[in-house]
Design a protein around this ligand. Structure first.
Ligand code: ADP
Length: 461
């Protein structure tokens, strides 16, 4: 069973948000409650101490208990929720709040009980009294009986305050919950929808639409690199399809004409129209050899243009590599009477030696083909800061300006090459370019027709 990413992310965000917000709400509520209870207990102790101090001061002022001076203390205490009874040293009542205003005392206690039941239903409260002995310099002067709703109490104002704070807390909690949920859903949507779009583009590509592309403008790094990877995949697939198509067209075009010519020649010989002379048969054989060479070359080209071409990097001495490639050509150059010089290269490189050698072989065999007897060919290598270069220079027939931009195209052969009947298939330089690109390098050519041609291969170290 699968679920959409949007739904999963939204549910995860919602769960986390609810947990966090609920925790904050309950913790804040608990912290507020317990701190407020501590404050109430402390306030009660302070008030009781205050009443005791006031009563003792009143006694000290007149040297005796006077209900006139005690009354304001008792009324003020009553307003603060404390019910006083003051007795002198012999136990006689000096002032009693219940006598003063018994209705007010009962109402106040009832109010407090109601407030406490509402705000602190868990607190087991009730009317509590506390007896406090009063002293003057002469000794014990009397006793204060203080009654209140214990263990602590809430006045109506305080109850209103607590209610307002609770309400604000609840409002803030619900609001932040809604905002976080909305933000979570928005975020989930923003993450999931580009992924859904990439999936749609991938499906298009799978159906064969290699022009389908995702929008690379996403601001999330991972999603952007995912879209980029899918786009690159589409590009590579479309390039491969293009190459495949071109290769098939090229093969058809390049093989059809010589095969047809061969067919006509052989049929004419069978029908007795042509005499099967050794020259004619050699002509057919040359053509077959050329077609064969072309097929071999096509195979190599297909491999070198394939993006999966493996680079086997290794370190080797450049001088030794040049010498070994040149050694392989010594016989052929000597047979044709062309001088081959191999320059000294005293540096080491790290690249795919096999592919570099293949590049040199192609360039050298071209130089041999297009340099007449008595000519010279030189191979050299030069080390640079971040690249090295290999040059193959000859003083052969050269390449005309009009052919220069085309010689690296596959199957392109100059008129000169065709006229000379070199047997080339026009693939050698296409392979050189593909291999140089695979090695992270470039190949360039300079030529002066009839004077010289220099091919330079430049490869990153
Ligand atoms: P080919 O098999 O015909 O040599 P290439 O792809 O190797 O095919 O070369 C393409 C064309 O470039 C050749 O037909 C030839 O005319 C020209 N060319 C290549 N190398 C040289 C050179 N060293 N001197 C003169 N022309 C050259």
């Amino acid at each position: 069973m699968t679920f959409p990413l949007k739904a999963k992310l939204s549910a995860a965000f919602a769960l986390v948000t609810i947990c966090v917000v609920a925790f904050i709400f309950f913790y804040a509520h608990y912290a507020l409650d317990s701190n407020f209870q501590r404050y109430l207990l402390h306030r009660q102790d302070t008030r009781i101490a205050e009443v005791k101090r006031s009563a003792e001061e009143s006694y000290a002022a007149s040297g005796a208990w006077e209900s006139r001076s005690i009354e304001p203390i008792g009324i003020s205490a009553l307003e603060q929720g404390l019910i006083l009874v003051l007795r002198d040293a012999s136990g006689g009542v000096v002032w009693d709040a219940a006598e003063h205003n018994s209705g007010m005392c009962a109402d106040m206690l009832e109010d407090m009980a109601a407030n406490m039941r509402r705000e602190y239903p868990d607190v087991d409260g009730g009317y509590t009294t506390q007896n406090i002995a009063l002293y003057a310099e002469s000794g014990r002067t009397g006793e204060l009986e203080i009654g209140y709703y214990g263990p602590f109490y809430l006045t109506s104002d305080e109850s209103l305050f607590i209610g307002a704070v609770d309400g604000a807390l609840l409002f803030g909690t619900v609001l932040s919950l809604l905002l976080s949920l909305a933000a979570g859903i928005l975020l989930a949507w923003r993450i999931a929808s580009p992924i859904a779009k990439v999936a749609a583009v991938s499906r298009e590509i799978a159906k064969g639409d290699y022009n389908a592309r995702g929008d690379e403008g996403d601001s999330t790094t991972e999603i952007r690199s995912l879209i980029r990877a899918v786009n690159e995949l589409a590009y590579v697939l479309s390039e491969q399809r293009r190459l495949r198509k071109r290769l098939t067209q090229d093969i058809e075009h390049e093989l059809k004409t010589p095969m047809y010519a061969l067919q006509c020649n052989v049929e004419a010989m069978i029908d007795g129209v042509y005499d099967p002379s050794p020259e004619r048969l050699r002509g057919c054989l040359d053509e077959i050899t050329r077609i064969n060479g072309m097929i071999g070359g096509l195979n190599a080209l297909a491999k070198s243009e394939d993006n999966s071409l493996e680079i086997e990097r290794g370190e080797f001495d450049m001088g030794e590599m040049l010498a070994s490639v040149c050694a392989g050509f010594e016989g052929a150059f000597a047979d044709k009477g062309v001088a081959l010089t191999c320059g000294n290269a005293r540096f080491r490189v790290s690249t795919d030696g096999g592919k570099l050698a293949r590049i040199l072989v192609n360039l050298l065999s071209n130089s041999l083909k297009y340099t007449p007897e008595g000519g010279r060919v030189a191979v050299n290598a030069r080390d640079g800061a971040d690249r090295f270069e290999v040059t193959v220079a000859d003083n052969g027939c050269g390449i005309s300006a009009k052919d220069m931009p085309l010689i690296f195209e596959r199957f392109y052969r100059t008129d000169e090459s065709r006229a000379r009947g070199t047997g080339g298939a026009g693939i050698g330089l296409a392979i050189v370019r593909a291999l140089a690109t695979a090695l992270g390098g470039t190949v360039s050519v300079e030529s002066e027709p009839g004077v010289r041609t220099v091919f330079t291969v430049s490869i990153a170290k």
